[in-house]
Design a binder for this molecule. Sequence first.
Ligand code: SER
Length: 315
Amino acid sequence: MTETILIIGACGQIGTELTMKLREIHGIDSVIASDINTRNLDLVNSGPFEIIDAKNFNAVKDCCKHNNVKTVYLMAALLSATGEKYPMEAWDLNMNSLFHVLNLAKEKVIDKIFWPSSIAVFGPTTPKVNVPQHTIMEPTTVYGITKQVGERWCEYYHEKYGVDVRSLRYPGIISHKAMPGGGTTDYAVEIYHEAINNETYTCFLSQDTYLPMMFMDDAIKATISIMEEKSNNITIRSSYNIGAMSFSPKEIANTIKEHLPNFKISYSPDFRQAIADSWPKSINDEKARADWGWQPDFDLGKTTQVMLTELKKNS
Ligand code: SER
């Protein structure tokens, strides 16, 4: 039986595009998509799909055994804003799903894991600018706590049990296919939709809030690059810093105005402002560049151009 790849949380913002890219590379039938429901019908109908609750160890294990799954991408998670509303649910999903795949690798049912971490692992005591790979990490959100603890467990399973787990600290991801859900960086996707549909946007962060961001194509490229790299070259088994660009709501609005001069932005910060304020403005990713050749292709100008063009096609 040929080896297959399983994506858990395939209907989400990153899972959707990652699934399609992996199917392009490995063939449709070699990539099994799964999610807790069928909310993204385009994805569900694009190839093998199974309903799996990432919190259910036996469901994940059965799927891996029946399909000879050797690589798992665990993309299911509750993000920062939702995590503050449902702390126990975030802990339950984010931690247990990770333990399930780590334990399947420890039992040698699967060989390789991708698990995303986040800039949310950093907190108010972390340096704000050009954050180094190794630094103070005292996250103040439930989501950040789950990601930081998860990083420790990934490194532990690698050191103690030889588990081949690889991870990236994703910044905010900007994309035009599936919407993000429940994150603090979501404004940087919503703003483009509102610009196309209404030429106006009320931002839930203040105008000068800088956060690290990345266009989806770069996020997918980074994810596939780290997974394809020789194991020996992956020297960080907690999670790699990766950066692409940093901007504020005011700056993204200005790039939109270059294409849509009538676009107007106003600001009405809510509880997500405190989350954003606890995170760094920019990331030092030299370790990812040195170990597996990370290099982003998209800056803010290019991202805005692609986002507006693609969203206009569907409006
Ligand atoms: N995009 C995530 C969030 O805002 C950060 O990893 O929660």
